[in-house]
Design a protein around this ligand. Structure first.
Ligand code: DGL
Length: 262
């Protein structure tokens, strides 16, 4: 692995773009390759075996593109199979897990809510994280099967998304939740809608900045800091429909970036 290799980032779709934006801010000289496994989304309703097989295919692709580290910008893939990936490959993997720990530190009511995909909430890795860090805290779990599709179709404004978001958020508020964990990277794109529905008393915890800082820390620790100077490239690749991905990137990243398929 070369320190001037790219940073690979992947998700089942466009959820990981919010993490990528934070990585870009912290590491302006690193090339980034972002892979959206759009043809196979949502991961949250697939089996662990299926998700692992997809993560292996993407990892092989990213390694063939000379990446020096891989960011699993997906809570579902991280909780489902990051350990299996680490066993299989020597490249550093940085994962994304629901921010239970900051939620526990923040709550006053002692009741926190976690919005995530059905798969994430069923994994052993999520249960053991919750058992480890949330002693004496009530955790209300809310699987949100429709939210990923809502984001993938770019239905992100209040008028388009509020009905579906209310259905997941309001029952948690009724239970006394004062801290809400966004346990799926897609939900970051619905942050303004979730905030408005949850109200000003509820703190929303997301993990984009924490993941980006962890990438920086891991590159430091493994001596993989780039020596590139000047502007770095950001490439966007999808396993799905190129035109739709182009539209997603235009909206969520900005215009003027070509996308490709793999
Ligand atoms: N964005 C992903 C996550 O953080 C996966 C969503 C999905 O494909 O279901 O869990």
């Amino acid at each position: 692995m070369s320190s001037n290799g790219s940073i690979g980032v992947f998700d089942s779709g466009i959820g990981g773009l919010a993490i990528t934006r934070e990585i870009r801010k912290l590491l302006p000289n690193d090339n980034i390759i972002y892979v959206a496994d759009s043809r196979h989304a949502p991961y949250g309703e697939k089996t662990d075996a299926y998700i692992l097989q997809r993560c292996i295919a993407i990892t092989e692709y990213l390694i063939s593109q000379d990446v020096k580290a891989i960011v699993v910008a997906c809570n579902t893939a991280t909780t489902s199979c990051i350990e299996a990936l680490r066993e299989r490959y020597s490249i550093p993997f940085i994962g994304t897990e629901p921010g239970i720990k900051p939620a526990v530190l923040n709550t006053k009511t002692g009741i926190i809510g976690v919005l995530a995909t059905p798969r994430t909430l069923k994994t052993n890795s999520f249960s053991s994280l919750a058992d480890r860090v949330a002693l004496n805290i009530q955790i209300e779990l809310m699987p949100c099967p429709d939210l990923v599709q809502q984001v993938e179709s770019l239905q992100l404004d209040y008028d388009s998304a509020s009905e579906v978001v209310k259905q997941y958020v309001l029952p948690l508020i009724d239970k006394g939740v004062d801290t809400l964990v966004l346990g799926c990277t897609h939900y970051a794109h619905l942050m303004p809608v979730i905030k408005r529905i949850a109200g000003p008393e509820v703190r929303i915890i997301n993990t984009e900045v924490a993941v980006a800082k962890e990438v920086l820390r891991r590159l430091d620790k493994t001596d993989l800091n780039t020596t590139n100077q000047g502007l770095a490239t950001t490439k966007f690749i999808t396993s799905g429909n190129q035109a739709h991905f182009q539209q997603q990137v235009d909206v969520l990243w900005g215009e003027g970036f070509d996308v490709d398929v793999f």
